[in-house]
Design a protein around this ligand. Structure first.
Ligand code: PLP
Length: 540
């Protein structure tokens, strides 16, 4: 199949030049110097061995209006052109050839070695044309070192594929929301796999606030925060975050990954110790790797083991316990009351990552602390703006002002990475505004969670975790999870299966995530699909 692909690629690339013909969805627009230079319908017929193709639409190029060919359907070896410039077919647009998938159905070629003739089809897809200045790269000499690298990486990539853990991106062609459109799928899909807990990712008020900030404060800062990258907006959001969590101060980062990457290195010295739940998020694991303190891991949510580990480091100058508030693969919650008791016993400090709790977990969305009715107990909170709070991006640390001040001096992702762009900051401010002024969304996501968990449990499914919008539908077998998700997709329900090594062997599952924006009807539809397929596959 690879040779087949490469061969077709070569044929298509003979048309490469400075014009790019790109297949796209009807509503897509491509612009060059601020304006689209063409769009319309394209028919693709046989490629034998070069693609013959035709077009029934005028392409407007920078130099005027040109017609490719009309009526559609031409034979022979046709070299499509716009005026004197030829056209490059963007292979990324073909699902079967190249990296992406812009054309549903796409080109089809037989398996096996390259045939002498191609029979390809692809009817009437919308396209846009835009001009790009061409840069021709000299043919690069491939060094021995690079060949060696490619060989090593090739083997590694093959082993990922062989292990069945290769990750593909599904290309969404709409805004993020509970209904989306995606390349390779017919019509709208009901989306149950975003961290869009409050449904704010494309909320009109968030979009409006972002647009306003874009106009008023620009696209970005071209600077890190402490040089010339701090605007009044950043200070406003930092103070809102601190207020929301009831802490003295807060510091923003480009992401929560960065908040975790920056915290431990700045805070934990060789005289100190850090003890981490073994299933903490990758960014906590990486952040801890960067610090010079003594590092220990305790068994997942195991308080006996945590006690033992605390005894081991009882003489350390400072002791930190770090945990996810909610664990994203299982939707289960850290035993915070017990952790805080042990922290008191050993005079340790607590750090909680609230990425899957902030904004929607606990009575007013204050997270795990609030869920356990112990607001203000945790010493330091890290969280994200990239999930419930608008879904754009950004992360933060909030806690005692001395911690935040130190992070402004020593937090490397803060000191050495660009400031958050104003539209993103404004989205965060608006999300907190919405959240702090009404509990409507929060109540909706929790009601939806109950509806889904109750309906699925009644139908005979095992749903992992606690009363959290992350609802893992436990299936056990990895292949079964994949077959199940494929069948769900065919019914218009977009869910994702997780298997080893992301979750333990034999614990494959479909992770369903509820949003405030789902309607009861959406949830019923998902449950019905689960039940149908579950019966088909003898899961229930
Ligand atoms: N912490 C946890 C527990 C997460 O689940 C994630 C994201 O998946 C992060 C941190 C990273 O958040 P961000 O996307 O803001 O970097």
């Amino acid at each position: 199949m690879m040779t087949t692909r490469a061969c077709l690629t070569a044929h298509l690339l003979t048309y490469a030049n400075e014009n790019l013909l790109r297949f796209a969805r009807k509503d897509s627009k491509f612009a060059y110097e601020g304006r689209p230079v063409g769009s319309g319908l394209l028919g693709f017929w046989a490629c034998r061995p070069q693609p013959r193709w035709s077009c029934d639409h005028k392409i407007t190029s920078a130099s005027g209006s040109k017609q490719i060919r009309s009526p559609p359907r031409i034979g022979g070896r046709h070299s499509p052109s716009v005026g004197t410039t030829s056209i490059c077919v963007d292979l990324g647009a073909f699902p079967n050839y190249g990296s992406g998938g812009g054309v549903r159905g796409g080109l089809e070629a037989p398996q096996g070695p390259p045939p002498l003739s191609w029979v390809c089809y692809c009817k009437c897809y919308t396209f846009s044309v835009f001009l790009r200045p061409a840069i021709s790269f000299p043919i690069r000499h491939q060094s021995h070192a690079q060949s060696h690298l490619k060989q090593i990486l090739g083997e590694e990539l093959n082993s990922i594929q062989a292990a069945g853990t290769w990750k593909n991106e599904r290309i969404i062609t709409s805004m993020q929301g509970v209904t989306i459109t995606a390349e390779g799928s017919q019509g709208e899909l009901l989306n149950f796999c975003a961290n869009n807990y409050l449904g704010l990712s494309s909320h009109p008020e968030i979009i409006e606030a972002s647009q306003k900030a874009l106009k008023e404060f620009g696209a970005g800062l071209s600077s890190v925060r402490f040089i010339c990258g701090t605007q009044s907006l950043h200070k406003e959001l930092e103070s809102m975050v601190a207020q929301f969590h009831g802490r003295s101060d807060a510091i923003l980062y480009p992401s929560c990954f960065d908040a975790n990457a920056g915290l431990f290195e700045a805070l934990v010295t060789p005289d100190d110790a850090i003890i981490s739940d073994e299933l903490n998020h990758a960014s906590i694991i990486d952040g801890i790797r960067l610090c010079k303190g003594k590092k220990l891991r305790y068994k997942h949510r195991d308080m006996v083991d945590l006690d033992l580990k605390l005894q081991e480091v009882k003489d350390a100058r400072l002791k930190f316990i770090v945990t996810d508030g909610v664990f994203s693969m299982d939707g289960n919650v850290a035993p915070l009351p017990d952790i805080c008791k042990l922290a008191e016993k050993y005079e340790a400090l607590t750090i909680v990552d609230e990425a899957h709790a902030t904004g929607f977990f606990g009575r007013t969305g204050r997270g795990t602390e609030e869920f356990f009715n112990m607001l203000g107990k945790v010493d330091i909170i890290n969280s994200t703006l990239g999930k419930a709070l608008g879904g754009a991006s950004g992360g933060y640390t909030t806690g005692p002002s001395e911690v935040v001040q130190l992070l402004r001096q020593r937090g490397r992702p803060y000191l050495f990475s660009n400031a958050l762009p104003p539209p993103v900051v404004a989205a965060g401010i608006k999300a907190l505004d919405i959240l702090m002024s009404s509990s409507k969304l929060l109540e909706a996501v929790m009601a939806n969670t109950r509806q889904f968990r109750d309906g699925m449990s009644k139908a005979g499914f095992t749903i992992g975790g606690e009363n959290h919008p992350i609802c893992p539908v436990m299936l056990g077998d990895a292949k079964l999870a994949n077959t199940f998700t494929d069948k769900m997709l065919k019914k218009g329900i977009y869910v994702i299966g997780f298997s080893y090594p992301v979750v333990p062997k034999g614990k494959a599952r479909i992770r369903v995530q509820l949003s405030a924006a789902h309607s009861p009807k959406d949830i019923d539809k998902a449950i019905t699909a689960f039940v149908d397929i579950g019966k088909q596959l003898s899961v229930i």
